[in-house]
Design a protein around this ligand. Structure first.
Ligand code: FES
Length: 371
């Protein structure tokens, strides 16, 4: 309904007509509906040349948006962030931000300009109606929708419509390139398949780096352990440490239920397991010495140390990887090898990285080994 139609209508008569269709709200308000002020046509309504120019301007905004989106992608590669170079971060952020801003602003300004200059400028009043109208109301809604399409020129002005669609389609592309680069370039599982542990590496206290003698580990104790000799000034020290951290515990040797093939992986009741939870990688830091359970504080996965850290509760899908240990000539605890499987969260690809010659599978008591 246009302003003129609305102004012409007698409020009560109009509403009473609509009661049958369920689209009217009857009010006891004694004031007469003043209607809308008379419609003032815009320059673009009167002059086809100006209308054409406005159309080109809208196209220009959408084109600018496309240029901005493409520029953001190009800038992302042309100004890469290099490690320890704050200047490169500034340049990358500056040009990436400029491109993304142009991409979004172009769409925004184009849409506003289109609405203000080319879409119908007449005010309309819409009566409130019941949630589901009658067939007549629904038919009217379709009619209004078509009218809106006709007045906005969405179907008719193919240049604007198509450029808007193209701008909207291009705008998310920079995000695709940025998120793609978050993933490691190499095989993601390969990055966690190997740690600094190797045959003969002594087990050392975290964070002091003091090597641990088997005699120092009393029954019931639990140590946080890193490989001996880690260079804490190395640029990848924290990455390497995060992969290699281990929990070392000693329990009465007779309490260990070791499976065939893993009997030689412990030393006199001393066992070592990766500290990285096999659920989503939190540090498993809580040891209950009475129950011999290891608990992950994040989602309460519980691992049974007497049974090769098998999962007995929680969302973790597989036991904590065990580090095979032994004792060297001087009585220090040493690793027999690296872990025989990738540490950390379970991925379907990780099976390809399990060392099948050395790895001995362990099943949980009430959890299947799913990965
Ligand atoms: S990360 Fe350990 S239970 Fe979720």
């Amino acid at each position: 309904m246009t302003a003129h139609e609305n102004a012409d209508a007698t409020p009560h008569g109009d509403a009473l007509d609509k009661i049958d269709t369920g689209s009217a709200v009857v009010t006891d308000d004694g004031f007469e509906n003043p209607g809308f002020p008379p419609h003032k046509p815009r320059q673009t309504d009167l002059d086809p040349q100006k209308e054409k120019r406005a159309e080109r301007q809208v196209f220009g905004w959408f084109l600018l948006s496309m240029v901005g989106s493409v520029f953001a992608i190009v800038a992302y590669f042309a100004f890469p962030i290099t490690e320890s170079d704050l200047g490169s971060v500034r340049l990358n952020n500056l040009f990436l931000g400029l491109g993304l801003s142009l991409g979004l602003l172009g769409i925004g300004f184009g849409a506003v300009h289109w609405a203000r200059q080319l879409m119908s400028g007449e005010e309309i009043a819409e009566d409130r109606h019941l949630t589901r109208g009658t067939e007549a109301t629904r038919a009217r809604a379709v009619e209004i929708f078509k009218l809106g399409d006709e007045e906005s020129g969405f179907s008719r002005r193919s240049l604007i419509r198509n450029s808007l669609i193209a701008a909207l389609a291009l705008f998310p592309l920079p995000a695709v390139f940025m998120f793609r680069d978050i993933a490691p370039k190499e095989d993601a599982v390969e990055a966690i398949a190997h740690t600094m542990w190797e045959a003969g590496t002594r087990l050392a206290l975290d964070p002091t780096g003091t090597p641990i003698k088997a005699d120092d580990v009393t029954i019931g104790s639990a140590f946080h352990v890193i490989p001996f000799g880690m260079d804490n000034h190395a640029h990848d020290y924290l990455d390497q440490k995060a992969l290699a951290v281990v929990l070392l515990m000693r329990l009465p040797a007779e309490d260990l239920n070791e499976v065939e093939g893993r009997r030689g992986w412990s030393y006199d009741g001393i066992v070592a397991y990766s500290k990285i939870c096999t659920h989503v990688g939190c540090p498993v830091a809580l040891y209950e010495q009475h129950t011999h359970h290891l608990l992950c504080p994040c989602h309460q996965s519980t691992f049974d140390v007497t049974n090769h850290a098998a999962v007995i509760f929680g969302p973790a899908a597989r036991p904590l990887p065990q580090l095979p240990i032994a004792v060297d000539d001087e009585g220090y605890l040493v690793a027999q090898s690296d872990f025989t499987e990738p540490i950390g969260p379970s991925f379907w690809e990780r099976q390809n990285h399990v060392n099948n010659d050395e790895h001995v599978q362990v099943l949980g008591q009430n959890t299947e080994d799913r990965a």
